[in-house]
Ligand binder design. Structure first.
Ligand SMILES: C[S@@+](CC[C@H](N)C(=O)[O-])C[C@H]1O[C@@H](n2cnc3c(N)ncnc32)[C@H](O)[C@@H]1O
Length: 237
């Protein structure tokens, strides 16, 4: 397949992590995991594409006896996480080939905002399913298209040469077709996610902001001038 090359390089964004103020999305994911884990002792949690560990740090705080692992392709972000969160295991690796981790070795695996970096959703999602124990949960949060259309997107800042990735879009329909073929899955659901507060535009036009729609919803947009359709996909094995 001939695909337009593109890089994902946002080290500067995720190096500026504020571990004390977790994103609202992380809190919603924490609520869902709390229900799914149902009081399980010493839950084993993996965050894939975990950058410098903002969500992993939140898991440590929220699930006090948990064993938390964070995996990311950006070595610099993993190192920042190791310095700041000594209780979390940081693995420098590729979400599409997590060979260093054994089958069924986690009670919950999450992947937030990372699927859109990839041109194919199946490899990383298969890996998340492989690593999750029977009865466990996989949560994939990010953009999913309600319309039956997938899109590979490359963007570049005007005046720069490099093309970037990070906003690919997979449809609920394509992902559902894949999930329906996975025998280990008991159930799954896509839930819409809406921020309960406004976000102002920032200097970097790729950072998202909110706009009010005529029917009173709060839509996420960014400088690609596309609506960002955030959903939480929760899969139970
Ligand atoms: C949009 S950021 C999301 C970070 C974090 N999950 C969050 O929600 O704040 C995407 C992350 O995926 C990581 N990433 C990119 N390619 C990856 C790969 N092949 N394997 C694992 N992580 C990858 C990036 O380094 C980055 O930290």
């Amino acid at each position: 397949m001939n695909r337009l090359a593109g890089d994902y390089q946002r080290t500067h964004v995720y190096a500026e992590v504020d571990y004390d103020n977790p994103k609202y999305l992380f809190q919603v994911i924490g609520d869902r995991l709390e229900q799914a884990l149902n009081g399980r002792k010493r839950p084993r949690l993996l965050d894939v594409g975990g950058a410098s560990g903002a969500l992993a740090g939140y898991y440590q705080y929220r699930f006090a006896d948990s064993q938390v692992t964070s995996l990311d392709f950006d070595a610099q972000l993993c190192e920042i996480g190791r310095q700041r969160l000594p209780g979390v295991q940081f693995i420098h690796g590729d979400a599409n080939r997590m060979d260093m981790l054994a089958d069924d070795s986690f009670d919950a695996v999450t992947m937030v905002g990372t699927l859109s970096v990839f041109d194919e959703f199946e490899p990383s999602m298969s890996e998340c399913l492989r690593l999750t124990a029977p009865g466990g949960t996989v949560i994939v949060a990010g953009q999913f298209n309600s319309h039956p259309v997938d899109a590979l997107i490359r963007y570049r800042y005007s005046g720069e040469d490099a093309w970037n990735t990070g906003y690919n879009l997979f449809s609920c329909q394509s992902v559902a077709r894949f999930l329906d073929q996975q025998p280990m899955i008991a159930s799954y659901q896509f839930c819409n996610f809406e921020l309960p507060f406004d976000l102002a535009p920032q200097d970097d036009p790729i950072r998202s902001w909110t706009e009010q729609t005529s029917d009173g919803r709060r839509e996420l947009r960014n400088g690609l001038n596309l609506v960002i359709d955030l959903k939480i996909l929760e899969i139970t094995l």
